[in-house]
Design a protein around this ligand. Structure first.
Ligand code: ADP
Ligand code: MG
Length: 558
C-alpha cells in the first residue's frame, strides 16, 4: 500500500501522549535524551543486523546522529543512519501500544506527576516525549536494505491521529523533525542547545554532529560534539564522577544519580569490561518485584550491543544492578541459549556477583548512611542471596542489617559482625527471633531470660526472614539459635546448675500433671529457664516452623 492515509492512535496511545506531555512538563529537556537514545538504539540495531548481513552497512556510511535547528522555521531535527523502519514497523512501533510495557505503564501511573515522570522511558514511551515541546512532529524513515522508493513519512500533532505516506528517501535511517511550540525557543539557541546535546550524548558510542556556526547561524559544515566512544571503553583515570552519573542516567532513564558504581577491565584467559551501577531506589516497584522480568544489564561484544542479558549475567538477588558488560571473546552470533551454558559466560557472571558484593562491602564500610539507604530499598532482595548463592552466602550475610535488642527502636542497622563483637564471654550462639512485627519480637516472653542476662537478640520481622534463616546456619563460625525454639543452652556456672537441677526435681510432679491435662495439644511440658517475669510461654521444637509462619500458612489455607 503506497497511498496517503490518516489513522487514529489507539485510545491508549492518546492517553499515554496526554499523560507524558503533562508529567514531563517540569523535565522538558528529557525529550532530547529520549530521542538521542532512540537514534543510538537504531544504530546499535543496524550494527547488530549487519553481523549476519554486512551488505546492510554498504550504503550510508559511518553510523552517527546529526542534530540541526532552524530558528526561522522553528524546527529541531534529529537524524540517524541506523536501522530505519518500514511502513508496517512505523505503524507497529509508533502508533500502537503493542508492547505490554506500555500497558503496565498505564496501570502503574499514580497521578503524582513527579513519580509518574520517573516511569517514562522505562516503559518505552520515550518517543512521545517529543510532544512535550513540539506541536507537530514528522518522522521520515527508510529501512536499511530497502529501496529509496520505500521511504515513509509519519506526521502528527500529538492529538488523536497521524498521517502516513510513502516517500522517496535517499538515505537509510530516520529523521525526526520537531516543530517547536510557542515559548520553547530555548531549544533553538545554539549554545544552550549544544550544551544540552552534550549532556545527553557525551558517552554515546556514535558520533553526534551539529552544524558549525557561521555568523551565529548554523552552517553547512558539521562537527562532532560528543566524545563518541562508549564510556566503559575509556580509562577510569580519564572519567569524572559526573561522567559516570550522566552515563547512568542515559542508560537507565533514572532521574536520580546512582548510589555507587564499579568499573573494571579484566584481562586474562578472557577479557571483558564491567561497568555496574547500584541505583538509589528501585526503578519502579511493580516492575521490580517481578523476579521473571529482569532488565538493565546490557551485553556488548567488542562494542556491539547484543541484548539485555540481566537474567543471564546476574543472579536474581542482584536484579537491582544496572550497567554494561562488554566481552572481547564471546562470538557475535551468541544466542540466549548459548549464554545459558557458555563457560566464559559463567565466569563473567561470577565476576558480576563478586564485583557487586565488593562494591556493597565498600559502601557499607566507608559510607554507612548511604548503605543504610541502599539497604532500605534492596535489603530484602539481597536476602534472597542467602538462599540462592551458596558460594557467596557468608559475604552476603556480612552485608545484612538487623533490628536488635541492642537498639531502642526498630532500626535495622546491626550487622552480624557488630553482634559478634558484643557477644558475652562464653556465649556460643547468635540469638535471633522471628516474629510478625518488630514490637511482637521485642516484647516476646521468649527472649526474657536472654535479655535478663544482657544477651543481645536480633529481631527479625520481614516476611522473608524465616525462609532465609532456614539457609543461614552459621556466620564466622558462630551458629544461629532461634530464641523461641528448643532449649536455649545458655552458659551456666556450677551454682546455677545445681539450683536448676533441684528446681527440676521439685517441678517434676507438676509438669506431669500439666502434660496430662494438656494431652495431645502439646508435645512436652518443660521447666523453663528462659522466663524471668512471665509464668509460662509456648515454645517450638528446634525444627518447627515459627508460630507466625504457621499462622500465615493457616490463613493461606494450608
Ligand atoms: P523504546 O525506545 O523504549 O522502545 P520509544 O517510545 O522511545 O520506546 O520508541 C518506540 C519504538 O519506535 C522503538 O522501540 C523503535 O522500534 C521505534 N523507533 C523510535 N525511534 C526510532 C529511530 N530513530 N529509528 C528506528 N526506530 C525507532
Ligand atoms: Mg526509546
Amino acid at each position: 500500500d503506497t497511498s496517503t492515509e490518516t489513522r487514529s492512535f489507539e485510545a491508549e496511545v492518546s492517553q499515554v501522549l496526554h499523560l507524558v506531555t503533562h508529567a514531563l512538563y517540569s523535565h522538558k529537556e528529557v525529550f532530547l535524551r529520549e530521542l538521542i537514545s532512540n537514534a543510538s538504539d537504531a544504530c546499535d540495531k543496524l550494527r547488530f543486523e549487519a553481523i549476519a548481513r554486512p551488505e546492510l552497512m554498504g550504503e550510508g556510511g559511518e553510523l552517527g546522529i546529526d542534530i540541526r535547528w532552524d530558528q526561522d522555521a522553528r524546527t529541531l531535527s534529529i537524524s540517524d543512519n541506523g536501522i530505519g523502519m518500514s511502513r508496517d514497523e512505523v505503524i507497529e512501533n509508533i502508533g500502537t501500544i503493542a508492547r505490554s510495557g506500555t500497558r503496565k505503564f498505564l496501570d502503574a501511573l499514580s497521578g503524582d506527576a513527579r513519580a509518574d515522570s520517573r516511569l517514562i522511558g522505562q516503559f518505552g514511551v520515550g518517543f512521545y516525549s517529543a510532544f512535550v515541546v513540539a506541536d507537530k512532529v514528522t518522522l521520515e524513515t527508510r529501512r536499511a536494505g530497502a529501496a529509496a522508493t520505500e521511504g515513509v513519512r509519519w506526521a502528527s500533532d500529538g492529538s488523536s491521529a497521524y498521517t502516513l505516506e510513502n516517500i522517496e528517501r535517499a538515505a537509510r535511517g530516520t529523521t525526526l523533525t520537531l516543530h517547536l511550540k510557542e515559548g520553547e525557543d530555548e531549544f533553538l539557541e545554539p549554545w544552550p542547545l549544544r550544551e544540552l546535546v552534550k549532556k545527553y550524548s557525551e558517552h554515546i558510542g556514535f558520533p553526534i554532529r551539529m552544524p558549525r556556526l557561521v555568523e551565529g547561524k548554523p552552517g553547512d559544515e558539521l562537527e562532532t560534539v560528543n566524545h563518541a566512544s562508549a564510556l566503559w571503553t575509556q580509562p577510569k583515570s580519564e572519567l569524572k564522577d559526573e561522567d559516570y552519573q550522566n552515563f547512568y542516567k542515559t542508560l537507565t532513564h533514572d532521574f536520580n544519580a546512582p548510589l555507587a558504581w564499579t568499573h573494571n577491565r579484566v584481562e586474562g584467559k578472557q577479557s571483558y569490561t564491567l561497568l555496574l551501577y547500584v541505583p538509589e531506589k528501585p526503578p519502579f516497584e511493580a516492575m521490580f518485584s517481578g523476579r521473571d522480568e529482569r532488565k538493565g544489564l546490557k551485553l556488548y561484544i567488542r562494542r556491539v550491543f547484543i541484548m539485555d542479558a540481566s537474567e543471564q549475567l546476574l543472579p536474581a538477588y542482584l536484579r537491582f544492578v544496572r550497567g554494561v558488560v562488554d566481552s572481547d571473546d564471546l562470538p557475535l552470533n551468541v544466542s540466549r541459549e548459548i549464554l545459558q551454558e557458555n563457560r566464559l559466560v559463567s565466569q563473567i557472571r561470577a565476576a558480576c556477583s563478586k564485583r557487586t558484593l565488593d562494591l556493597l562491602d565498600k559502601l557499607a564500610k566507608d559510607e554507612a548512611p548511604r548503605y543504610a539507604g541502599f539497604y532500605q530499598s534492596f535489603g530484602n532482595v539481597l536476602k534472597e542471596g542467602i538462599v540462592e548463592d551458596n558460594d557467596n552466602r557468608e559475604r552476603i550475610a556480612g552485608l545484612l542489617r538487623f533490628a536488635s535488642t541492642h537498639n531502642s527502636d526498630a532500626t535495622q542497622n546491626v550487622s552480624l559482625d557488630d553482634y559478634i563483637g558484643r557477644m558475652q564471654a562464653g556465649q556460643e550462639f547468635i540469638y535471633y527471633l522471628t516474629a510478625e512485627s518488630w514490637a511482637a519480637a521485642r516484647h516476646s516472653a521468649q527472649i526474657e531470660a536472654l535479655a535478663a542476662r544482657g544477651i543481645e537478640v536480633l529481631l527479625m520481622s520481614e516476611r522473608i526472614d524465616e525462609w532465609m534463616m532456614g539457609y543461614l546456619s552459621e556466620y564466622q563460625g558462630k551458629r544461629f539459635q532461634h530464641a523461641g525454639k528448643g532449649e536455649l543452652d545458655l552458659p551456666l556456672d556450677a551454682a546455677e546448675k545445681e539450683r536448676r537441677e533441684a528446681a527440676e526435681k521439685d517441678a517434676a510432679p507438676l509438669l506431669d500433671k500439666l502434660k496430662q491435662a494438656l494431652g495431645e495439644r502439646v508435645s512436652a511440658v518443660r521447666l523453663s529457664h528462659r522466663l524471668t517475669e512471665s509464668p509460662a510461654c509456648l515454645v517450638l521444637e528446634a525444627h518447627d516452623m515459627a508460630l507466625h509462619t504457621r499462622r500465615l500458612m493457616a490463613e493461606a489455607g494450608h
